[in-house]
Design a protein around this ligand. Structure first.
Ligand code: 2AM
Length: 170
């Protein structure tokens, strides 16, 4: 299996712990829970990258500018076709959507295939899962100060590894 690359927001440890504590109460039995270290919010999925594709992606990401922003996680949701139970931010701040757009432009510039589905910011909590509970409980705040380039590591848990990190500057 090839490794797959994506830009993402990586929650700080305290938020990761808070999500892990709540997950059992949110999710129906039987799904495959995400490993706590794997929890993330994908900005743009790139797919498999050859080393010669990777270098221009990293160089282009060095030029991506964006301001830090606050996310408030307060939604639970379900993608029934793929059995993904997720949590997500509400509202979706314009700085998040601008960062997403800047990375889509990067993807275009690097001639990588673009996602056709509308962007729905989320953190996957479980796969092969039924719908989560309706009630998130008290919202969880996330001060986002950077974004990362991560990749999946086939046959390994945690599944994902952060390869590069870029700060967001006011
Ligand atoms: P998901 O968690 O909802 O599956 C790494 O696979 C990350 O990229 C995951 O967060 C995954 O979202 C996301 N992703 C977006 N588009 C994808 C695609 N076409 N195939 C696999 N993962 C995708």
């Amino acid at each position: 299996m090839v490794d797959r690359w994506f830009f993402a927001l990586w929650p700080p440890p305290a938020l990761r712990r808070a999500l892990c504590e709540r997950m059992p109460g949110w999710l129906p039995p039987g799904g495959r829970l995400a490993h706590g270290e794997d929890l993330h919010l994908t900005l743009v999925f790139l797919g498999a990258l050859t080393p010669s594709q990777r270098d221009p992606v990293i160089a282009a990401a060095d030029r991506v500018a964006g301001a830090p922003f606050e996310l408030v996680l307060r939604c639970l949701g379900h993608f029934p076709r793929v059995g993904v139970a997720w949590c997500g931010p509400e509202p979706e701040p314009s700085a998040l959507l601008q960062l997403h757009q800047a990375l889509v432009a990067l993807q275009h510039e690097c001639r990588l295939p673009l996602e056709r589905r509308p962007y729905r910011p989320h953190l996957t909590l479980a796969r092969r899962s039924g719908a989560p509970a309706a009630n998130f409980g008290s919202p969880l705040s996330w001060s986002v100060g950077d974004f990362v380039l991560a990749r999946s590591v086939p046959g390994h848990l945690p599944r994902y590894r952060v390869e590069r990190r870029w700060p967001l500057r006011p």
